[in-house]
Design a protein around this ligand. Structure first.
Ligand code: MN
Length: 253
């Protein structure tokens, strides 16, 4: 089984070696193609306005001067063109990709790009507890392969991917694995900090804040709060079916 690894924290991101460990439990045919720099929040962006470089760092190891989507697309079109991967793994992200995080997420978007290419794709994220005294990625490291194995022989549904989040607990304290749907945040998670640069010019800097969630039953947010690993199937088809009939009526002649 050929596996392509990528992420959005960059090829030197803290969760990437964890992902490599997890992947090696599943196969020996591991390829890496990941952004040279951190790309968190890049979403599904594709670099169009300047050229992108592919740097060979090792026999099966490449960095890309672009986004997570650039990395997956380039890997599939260049170094893996002859033999495509059977599986694309993106992560392990430093931080949650739960609820509405997904639309901003470079980690999830890299898996979306894999799904668009018709390849089984999984995004993995480690929810953080910065106060914890255990290794930040302990849960992902110990449970990663255990979560992935049952996904490997699932019938592959086109234009779908799987989003996995590990709760901020030591591996030994994980309650188990739950298949859940995407939850939602109650309000925008982005803070905007205003400041002045050394020349006195105003700048703005976006930040992320922990926020209150409505822990609806059966959601990824609830599973994480309960100490479970959250596994959520996602689809690229974003049509809101319930509104479609209303809109059809509205635009009827
Ligand atoms: Mn990230």
């Amino acid at each position: 089984m050929r596996i392509l690894l990528t992420n959005d924290d960059g090829i030197h991101g803290p969760g990437f070696e964890v992902l490599e460990e997890i992947a090696r439990e599943l196969s020996d045919d591991i390829w890496v193609c990941a952004p040279a720099e951190e790309q968190s929040g890049a979403g599904h962006s594709l670099t169009l306005n300047f050229p992108v470089r592919l740097r060979k760092l090792g026999e099966r190891r490449f960095s890309v001067t672009g986004t997570p989507t650039d990395s997956v697309m380039l890997a599939l079109r260049t170094v893996l063109e002859e033999k495509q991967p059977d599986l694309i793994l993106s992560g392990v992200n430093r931080g949650a990709n739960l609820g509405d995080d997904i639309t901003y997420s470079g980690t999830v978007s890299a898996a979306m790009e894999g799904a668009l290419a018709g390849i089984r794709s999984v995004a993995l994220s480690q929810v953080l507890d910065r106060e914890a005294d255990h290794d930040m990625f302990d849960a992902a490291r110990a449970w990663g392969a255990k979560v992935l194995r049952p996904l490997l022989d699932l019938p592959l549904t086109e234009r779908t991917l799987v989003n996995v989040n590990f709760p901020p607990r030591a591996a030994a304290d994980i309650e188990g694995i739950r298949a859940v749907r995407q939850g939602f945040h109650d309000y925008s998670r982005t803070s905007v900090v205003e400041g002045r640069d050394p020349r006195g010019l105003r700048y703005y800097w976006f930040g992320l804040q922990a926020i209150e969630h409505t822990l609806d039953h059966g959601t990824d947010l609830e599973a994480i709060a309960d100490g479970y690993i959250a596994v959520t199937p996602l689809q690229l088809e974003l049509t809101h079916e319930a509104s479609l009939a209303t809109l059809r009526e509205r635009f009827e002649e």
